[in-house]
Design a protein around this ligand. Sequence first.
Ligand SMILES: O=P(O)(O)OP(=O)(O)OP(=O)(O)OC[C@H]1O[C@@H](n2cnc3c(O)ncnc32)[C@H](O)[C@@H]1O
Length: 176
Amino acid sequence: MKTVAVGTNNEAKIAAVRAVLSEKEYRIVSLEVPSGVSAQPLSDEETRLGAIGRAKRALEAAEADIGIGLEGGVTKIDGQWWLCNWGALADRNGVVVAAAGARLALPPDVGTGIEAGRELGDVMEAYTGRRNVRRKEGAVGVLTNGRVDRSAMFSHIVELLAGQYEWLCQNGSFHV
Ligand SMILES: O=P(O)(O)OP(=O)(O)OP(=O)(O)OC[C@H]1O[C@@H](n2cnc3c(O)ncnc32)[C@H](O)[C@@H]1O
């Protein structure tokens, strides 16, 4: 049985991996690892790098067969802040795949908090009056009126990673 290490202790991210990868096939462990980027990634590029950093560090730290990193960030498009989400999967042969998930426009008040240097999780707590948004529904859950929570959003990314990885294992690999 292969061991999959998820580089976080955030329940919403761990639940996303558990929803996609069967525990009959994989032993899933989680551990907090540094992303190697800032606590609040401020671009798609930085968020993607954070996901890759977490995947590689989780792989190494847990001596796993596969490492998965999931990273939330924000990115500015045409002067407006958007939520962005990335994931990466790394294996012991040096294969790395990455995928992006949902992007959503953030309300102007939330963008103002980001501009002031605050982390999105803290801004969302103040904005909603709810606690632990980052570990529960996420900004995506709040802004989609509960239709797509953070775990469901990340599970789509994990499906993209697992599917790409399977395809590459069958058809030859390339690196991101
Ligand atoms: O425990 P880890 O895995 O670090 O999870 P995190 O939610 O704290 O950290 P991320 O690196 O995924 O996100 C970077 C920052 O952006 C915030 N963030 C990202 N996506 C979010 C979302 O959908 N809802 C609330 N906060 C979010 C998060 O709280 C962090 O402050």
